[in-house]
Write a protein that binds this ligand. Structure first.
Ligand code: TRP
Length: 458
């Protein structure tokens, strides 16, 4: 086996990661974010807990894993933004450049997701400020509730923090991939993990741990509907950053001699660990304070301040936690922004700065629809609920699985075996064939079954 795994001659126009470790950190940074700590607990809560979690884990390993491998290998072979990579590879491998449409669907999903992601990240920034100012000191559940409602009721407060968050994201992207990002992730991810463990100790000792664990891990299949299975799959795509081309984009910056499969395994294990840990922290606090798991998007903002108010030195922990969560959100947000920015640079020949500002501005504007979904437009509901609910449902549960499925069908059925194998030739031929079956058959069929099940065709 040669050292140079890929025989690909194309080079990235935006530079490369400096090593395998930085790639792992960047993708882990993209994967771990609000999806693990904010979204996973409340979506699990909304969908009945245990059985949802089980289906989510199954989706991670049999759908998420092969698709992540497919996306990285497409990216590394294409070495461009997801749209151009799909166009180039489509032409090379099948003579048909229309595969670029898959990249477009992904980018559209990325726009929708980042527009609300930034608003929620703004909430965590606001909670950081509240924590250091001591606002959560000795608070009870009603007071915490009041603070949360005050925040979501205020367009101005949300707008300020949404703007701050978007500006930070745009600045990092404008600086390019090597300078800001790599160093930040190296420090922050381990720190976040440590705080989660401290909170876990709190939950075990002070919360209703048994009930929390039971809710999260004991499957009650009577609560499962087609739509909750779809939500579990959507969450798997969301948390692994799959389907929008963000992993394709990061794969484009991966040096040729690094193993795709091994890095994927590491990333998926880290991401899953953090999500489960967050759930184990939140639910014991929920049950101990007579809250309900179905509080919706406010769940962590209603529970965690209670824990911090109760712990010795909780003020400092609270502040540290929310600032780290903000950083985790930033490392995810840049991955949501980078593909469209790279596309604009490579397509329209503008500078990185101009491109980051222009696209950042569009997404920032779109974010106001989410802000308004919690106050003035809270009663304006259709299809799945408020505008925010629809953005989330459409992007996570529909667009990500569709484009993720098409990425993996392309990598397994339409790319020649010699191309895909040359990207994956550090693994044994048996392992390679297992990937092809998972990527080409199991994952696409899985996605389709979940879709049909949700629209009640089965
Ligand atoms: N995975 C991130 C999280 O869990 C969010 C995210 C980053 C994402 N890039 C993405 C979600 C691409 C979907 C698609 O917070």
């Amino acid at each position: 086996m040669s050292n140079n795994i890929s025989n690909n001659e194309r080079t990235s126009l935006q530079g490369l990661w400096s090593s395998r470790i930085t790639f792992i950190l960047a993708v882990t940074g993209s994967a771990i974010g609000l999806g693990n700590i904010w979204k996973f607990p409340y979506v699990a809560g909304d969908n009945g807990g245990g059985a949802f979690v089980l289906i989510y884990l199954i989706c991670i390993f049999i759908i998420g894993f092969p698709i992540m491998v497919s996306e990285i290998l497409i990216g590394r072979r294409g070495r461009r933004n997801p749209i151009t990579s799909m166009k180039l590879l489509g032409e090379e491998e099948t003579g048909n450049g229309s595969w670029k449409i898959v990249g477009f669907v992904g980018l559209l999903a990325g726009f929708l997701i980042l527009s609300y992601y930034s608003v929620i990240a703004g909430w965590t920034m606001h909670y950081f400020v509240l924590s250091i100012s001591g606002a959560f000191n000795e608070m009870n559940s009603e007071q915490v509730n009041f603070i949360f409602n005050e925040l979501t009721g205020s367009i101005t407060t949300q707008a300020i923090f949404h703007t701050l968050f978007m500006i930070s994201t745009v600045i990092i992207i404008a600086k390019g991939i090597k300078n800001g990002l790599e160093k930040a992730v190296k420090l922050m991810m381990p720190a976040l993990l440590i705080i989660l463990f401290i909170l876990l100790i709190y939950s075990v000792t002070q919360g209703d741990f048994t009930r929390g664990v039971e809710f999260l891990l004991k499957p009650d299949f009577s609560k499962i509907t087609g739509d909750s299975i779809l939500a579990a799959m959507g969450q798997a795509f969301f948390t692994l950053s799959l389907g929008m081309g963000c992993i394709v984009m990061y794969g484009a910056y991966l040096p040729n001699n690094e193993s795709i499969v091994r890095t994927t395994v590491t990333i998926i294990l880290c991401d899953t660990l953090i999500a489960l840990l967050a759930g184990l922290v939140i639910f014991p606090i929920v049950f101990d304070n007579n809250l309900t798991p179905t509080e919706g998007p406010g769940l962590i903002f209603l529970t965690l301040p209670l824990a911090f108010a109760d712990i010795n030195g909780g003020l400092a922990f609270g502040a540290l936690f929310f600032i780290l969560l903000t950083f985790a959100a930033i490392t995810s947000a840049i991955s949501l922004l980078e593909p469209s920015v790279a596309w604009m640079i490579e397509q329209l020949n503008v500078s990185r700065k101009v491109s980051a500002i222009a696209i950042g501005f569009l997404i920032w504007s779109l974010g106001f629809l989410t802000i308004l979904s919690f106050n003035d437009l809270a009663d304006f509901t259709f299809w799945k609920g408020t505008i925010f609910d629809n953005f989330d449902y459409l992007s996570s549960n529909i667009l990500l699985p569709i484009s993720g499925m098409l990425f993996t069908i392309f990598a397994s059925w339409f790319m020649t075996k010699s191309s895909s194998q040359s990207e994956l030739n550090d693994i044994s031929p048996i392992a390679y064939n297992i990937w092809r079956i998972l990527a080409g058959v199991v994952a696409p069929i899985g996605v389709l079954i979940v879709f049909f099940n949700a629209i009640n065709l089965f």
